[in-house]
Design a protein around this ligand. Structure first.
Ligand code: DQA
Length: 141
């Protein structure tokens, strides 16, 4: 099984940025753990702070991999274009967030991508990505 993880803006600073909200682990360390735990899954990772690059990656991978795990970060709450890209591709996308977006500011309660995703996992820290991966492994609809 091939899974693409896509992280959006400011998530390159995980482990440094607002650690009270996002924790002290950097994403690369977490990714190593995830790859060790699921050696039979090909997990590819991409991060960008640029909306168009996230869209390009959705287009590039969205007809070939088995699942996409997307944390669009702040673009979740603003990007019609990323929502359209998810609609345009064939691969199912699971939306993830490290924090619980519904327990934060009102503007974070809106997701422009959620309607086009298979589901949303929010608030479980970095384990949100692991739960998303499990959802693909268990073939959740
Ligand atoms: C986030 C939540 C977003 O509201 C925020 O803009 C982020 C990270 C999360 O993973 O909790 O950058 O997507």
């Amino acid at each position: 099984m091939k899974i693409q993880i896509i992280n959006g803006p400011n998530l390159n600073l995980l482990g440094i940025r607002e650690t009270g909200i996002y924790g002290e682990t950097n994403f690369e360390s977490f990714l190593d753990q995830l790859k060790n735990e699921f050696p039979d899954v090909e997990i590819n990772f991409f991060q960008s702070n640029i909306e168009g690059e996230i869209i390009d990656k959705l287009h590039q991978t969205g007809f070939s991999v088995d699942g996409i795990i997307l944390n669009a970060a702040a673009y979740t709450h603003t990007s019609v274009a990323i929502g359209d890209a998810i609609k345009a591709i064939k691969t199912p996308v699971v939306e993830v967030h490290i924090s619980n977006i519904f327990s934060r500011e009102d503007f974070r309660h809106v997701s422009f991508i959620a309607p086009y995703c298979r589901g949303t996992i929010t608030g479980f820290g970095l384990q949100s990505y692991r739960l998303a991966l499990l959802s693909f492994l268990e073939g959740a609809l």
